[in-house]
Design a protein around this ligand. Structure first.
Ligand SMILES: [Zn+2]
Length: 246
């Protein structure tokens, strides 16, 4: 009994290691555990040790049925994204990676190709309900239907624009959605190897940025050969540093 207690205390102190915890980790987990549309099956904190003047964090929900589920795939994608921001003096410092299994209600939302237009996107119910607005949250899903062939982000400008129509999109603010079709980028001539769809979506939010015709670039608006790369220009770097959620 005494031995058991000692182990229990060790386990608790490891679980509450401030150096490896994600900021507000328990608060975030409690909110997401109450979401009826998915069940969290595993949680871990990914970290990039690179030291840069500026850093940001993100919560990532990983669909257990998707190709994102592989730890090595996920870690490689997080690191690739973080390195894309390095020339700006910015690093993705920590990601709280949560594996989730969608419940029947979650799957119904994700599979709904014709969501109620009076509500807005179906995803509005899933990721961010109840989370503080300043937590950037990604949902990385299986490519289930034509409509869910997703790679998009909701930044401040896009949510403000949508809200002008009278719909409340605020629970989507700072969320991004990428299907597993975009883990490695489609083998098209406009993409070069340094490009990352995940980093593209993160940049929409971090810099409150749209697309550019300054090629090659991470935020390219073109399908021209070689137009999509991992490059960010000086202006985009300064917008990221000005707007990013720290
Ligand atoms: Zn985009």
């Amino acid at each position: 009994m005494r031995l058991f207690k000692t182990f229990a205390i060790c386990f608790l102190s490891l679980a509450a290691n401030a150096a490896t915890d994600f900021p507000d980790q328990e608060k975030i987990l409690n909110v997401l555990r109450a979401n009826p549309h998915f069940t969290i099956t595993a949680a871990r904190v990914w970290q990039d040790a690179s030291a840069q003047p500026e850093s940001f964090n993100t919560v990532v929900l990983v669909d257990n049925e998707s190709k994102w589920k592989s730890t090595s795939v996920m870690d490689a994608q997080l690191l690739k994204s973080s390195r894309i921001f390095e020339p700006c003096g910015v690093v993705l410092k920590k990601a709280l990676v949560l594996n989730v299994s969608f419940t029947a209600s979650g799957l119904a939302i994700l599979g709904n190709e014709r969501p109620d237009p009076s509500v807005g996107p179906a995803e509005i119910l899933i990721a961010r309900s109840g989370l503080p607005a300043n937590i950037m949250t990604g949902v990385l899903v299986k490519n289930r239907t034509r409509e869910r062939d997703v790679a998009y982000a909701f930044n401040r400008s896009s949510v403000e624009r949508a809200s002008q129509s009278g719909k409340d999109w605020s629970s989507l603010l700072y969320s991004y959605w990428v299907s597993d079709k975009y883990i490695s980028n489609p083998p098209q001539s406009d993409y070069v190897a340094s490009y990352s769809t995940l980093a593209h979506e993160l940049t929409h939010i971090l810099g409150d940025l749209g697309h550019t015709d300054d090629y090659p670039n991470l935020m390219s608006n073109s399908d021209k050969a070689g137009s999509k790369s991992g490059a960010l220009n000086r202006e985009q770097c300064s917008e990221i540093k000005k707007n990013m959620i720290r």
